[in-house]
Ligand binder design. Structure first.
Ligand code: PA5
Length: 468
């Protein structure tokens, strides 16, 4: 199992900046017990948005995903994922972590004849144009993923790509599309029904940022040969572990409570995610979305205006030791830093002892594996010396089983801290305003009034001024 090492948030190590963990765990034990019990009791209630807790047990979906991957095996050179936010970040983070680094640059043999994988999660015209120049769309399987079926970014990409595919392939273009969307509603579902695309379902009551273990994540991962059975095994074991209502035995509850108390009692509301592995770089992106969209809320469940704001920050070890650590050691003491440390990397790389009579001889003859973990440990201790709370999540290895544990643990931790804050962690009302404004600016029917008002606002402010 993955492990959580949180001693460096305790007052034994960082003095009054830290928590009295034993008494905090004791004090909150009944509350945590109540939260975990409630989450598990509520999970099957429609509208509770807790169906992500059941994704480890969805054998049928896993079977259909594997069946589809087997069916298209060998037919495509590329998989192109169209999606944004929760519809892209999970699969992107897991494929980046689990595939061999530089996967798309490897030749076919080294990829075991599996396709390259690309994610388009933005609407940058230069990026999209460049990608279309590289990809042979005839040999590309497009997985368009949107729960709502109407997200402007995803659907505009799809419209561009579908048009080009149809030009190249005629009616056969359909064979190159797989859509993942709601089972009944939304424009993409309607299109898929009309045009006959292969589809997968985003289950009810699973929000985007909690959807990585549904078809949203499993389809692209299976298409590039990632072992989704091992992913499911990892979720299940972590789910069982996290069913334990005793805070002393539940790492998601422990980490949720630590972050909650650090925010409420110590004013440390920034959460830095810093894995020490380049393969885990996008895990931080996924975590940032999970934490930010779930916990940044204007109102609590009782309608009080609270502007809740624990704020996530992404970092990468060892790279960001040369960018952010100065601030974390000596700047404002308002953060909890989480390291993800990998015990055993796939490769062991020796540093040759070639500069024996220089100041570099301490490196020669050691492994670079030892260096990266020494830097992780050294940074944790240095932060503790500066009285900065830090936590280390230990991964025995980077593989499907342990990463699934990590992701599921972070999801559960987010759900639990949401309850501690007494907020709804599963909605995102704050993204609607700009969405509606965009519809108005793009001339969507029904938004005319808002468009006039908006143009006035733009012209009175800097944006209009700068554009003029
Ligand atoms: O977590 C979320 O709910 C969001 O980030 C969504 O995933 C994102 O907005 C994309 O939505 P959709 O899948 O409807 O295109």
């Amino acid at each position: 199992m993955i492990k959580l090492d949180y001693l460096n948030v305790s007052n034994q190590i960082i003095g009054e900046e830290g928590l009295d963990l034993a008494s905090s765990f004791n004090e909150y034990a009944p509350k945590i017990q109540e939260i975990i019990t409630n989450l598990n009791m509520r999970k099957d209630k429609p509208g509770s948005w807790l169906q992500w807790m059941n994704l480890g047990y969805n054998e049928e979906t896993v079977w259909y995903v594997k069946e589809f991957a087997a069916m298209v095996d060998g037919r495509f050179d590329n998989v192109l994922v169209l999606g944004i936010g929760g519809s892209a970040l999970g699969a992107q983070a897991l494929s980046e972590a689990l595939l061999k680094p530089y996967w798309n640059l490897l030749d076919k043999e080294k990829r075991d004849n599996l396709p390259k994988i690309f994610f388009l999660d933005n609407i940058d015209p230069d990026q999209i144009s460049a990608l279309l120049e590289i990809l042979d769309l005839r040999k590309t399987l497009v997985n368009v993923i949107t729960k709502s079926g109407s997200t402007a970014e995803t659907m505009s990409q799809f419209m561009i790509i579908k048009d080009k595919m149809q030009e190249l392939l005629g009616d056969d273009y359909r064979k190159n599309i797989v859509a993942t969307t709601d089972k009944q509603v939304g424009i993409l579902r309607q299109l898929a029904n009309e045009e006959g695309y292969k589809t997968f379902v985003v289950p009810d009551d699973v929000g985007g940022r909690f959807s990585v273990f549904s078809a949203v994540g499993l389809v692209p991962l299976a298409l590039v040969g990632i072992d989704i059975d091992e992913i499911i095994r990892g979720i299940k074991i972590m789910d069982l572990t996290l069913k334990n209502t005793d805070i002393n035995k539940n790492i998601a509850a422990q980490n949720a409570l630590i972050h909650f108390l650090m925010d409420k009692q110590k004013g440390k509301y920034l959460s830095v995610m810093m894995p020490y592995s380049s393969r885990l770089k996008y895990v931080s992106d996924w975590y940032v979305q999970l934490w930010a969209e779930s916990l940044g809320k204007e109102f609590d469940r009782d309608g009080n205006k609270i502007n809740n704001g624990p704020t996530p920050i992404k970092a990468l070890g060892a790279t960001d030791q040369h960018s952010q650590i100065q601030l974390y050691n000596e700047g404002k003491n308002d953060k909890v830093i989480t390291f993800v440390r990998v015990d055993e990397f796939d490769n062991e790389l020796n540093i040759p002892n070639i500069f024996e009579y220089t100041g570099l001889n301490y490196l020669g003859g050691k492994t670079i594996n030892r260096l990266i973990n020494a830097e992780a440990d050294a940074t944790a201790v240095a932060l503790s010396d500066y009285k900065r709370p830090n936590i280390t999540i230990r991964l025995p290895k980077i593989n499907e089983y342990y990463l699934a544990q990590l992701f599921y643990m972070l999801e559960m931790q987010t759900a639990i801290i949401g309850e501690l804050y007494n907020i709804n962690a599963f909605n995102q009302p704050g993204v609607e305003q700009a969405k509606n404004y965009t519809y108005a600016l793009m001339g969507r029917l029904g938004y005319e009034e808002s468009a006039a008002e908006l143009n006035e606002k733009i012209n009175r402010g800097n944006i209009g001024g700068l554009n003029a």
